[in-house]
Design a protein around this ligand. Structure first.
Ligand code: PAF
Length: 294
């Protein structure tokens, strides 16, 4: 990537690194009446991200993928510096998926000197990740709203794996009348059930085997609900037992919540979201599943 708007190899998408070049390209697309799809990412792309790109390419005339490791959504003891940055490989994958444009700005382009305005995230940001990662959703809401302004897309695509993030973005879009449609795409999983995540690459072989217990704990919850179990405490402890028996001891939360408000439910109705956040070795992973008839 050598210029602010470049197309490298013939199969790689056009890459834009500054917002002036970006708005020039997008202004043309908008006046041409094109439907614009946006896929915000932090790079280190995997098949989950590519499923979002595919959904956008299928539904929109022009697909913009953003690649930006957003510093404001990482806590002081989190993995911001270590987060995988794999731009060349990402661009190759995006070329194969026929993404049209990649916006990959430098941090000082996005957060210019003196930046001090943040989005106060909605109520759904409070529990779960909000409690475990203070400030995380303030950073997410701020960058996503900035991206929505920089890229006047018609539709934005997010993965269900980050379910609370999607709810935060949906609530923000509704509360602030942002003219964009938010589409949630299903979580993509490895064949054994592990939800794809850029952080899976931190896992060693033993941890990778343990990590599958997270999706198994969600499958156990589903099994219980399908069998008629409605007691939240019973389902919680069955889920925790699956994690513990795999050697996963550090569990941030196991939750059974209303899919819209993310408040705890008990008894557990069909449509409840089960969510887990746990450390496998030093790696914090999250996953979720809607239980019963959604
Ligand atoms: O889900 C992510 O990768 C990030 O939280 C997002 C939405 C790109 C904002 O930085």
């Amino acid at each position: 990537m050598t210029s602010s708007a470049s197309r490298g190899r013939p199969d790689s998408p056009r890459v834009v690194t500054d917002s002036a070049a970006l708005s020039q390209v997008l202004r043309k697309a908008r006046t041409g009446g094109k439907v614009i799809g946006l896929v915000p990412t932090m790079g280190a792309l995997h098949a989950g991200h590519l499923s979002l790109v595919r959904a956008s390419v299928a539904a929109c005339d022009l697909t913009v993928v953003t690649i930006f490791v957003n510093p404001t959504q990482f806590g002081p003891n989190e993995d911001f510096t270590r987060y995988p940055r794999t731009l060349e490989a990402d661009l190759q994958m995006l070329g194969r998926e026929q993404a049209d444009l990649v916006f990959a700005p430098a941090a000082d382009q996005v957060y210019r000197a003196g930046f001090s305005t943040y989005v106060e995230p909605p109520d759904v940001a409070q529990p779960l990740e909000g409690r475990c990662r203070p400030g995380h959703f303030r950073g997410v809401a701020t960058i996503v709203l900035k991206l929505f302004h920089l890229i006047p897309a018609d539709v934005a695509f997010f993965g269900q794996k980050d379910y609370q993030q999607v709810r935060v973005i949906q609530a923000m879009v509704a509360d602030l009348d942002v003219p964009i449609r938010v589409v949630i795409c299903p979580t993509v999983r490895d064949p054994d059930g592990l939800a794809l995540s850029s952080r899976n690459r931190y896992l060693n072989a033993t941890e990778r085997r343990q990590a599958v217990a997270i999706s198994r704990s969600l499958a156990r919850a589903e099994e219980l609900v399908r069998d008629g179990e409605r007691c939240a405490a019973t389902i919680h402890s069955a889920m925790r037992a699956v994690l513990t028996s795999a050697g996963i001891e550090r569990v941030d939360y196991v939750a059974l919540v209303d899919p819209l408000t993310l408040t705890d439910v008990d008894p557990v109705p069909d449509g409840t979201m089960a969510l887990v956040a746990a450390f496998v070795g030093g790696t914090r992973l999250i996953d979720n599943r809607q239980l019963g008839k959604g």
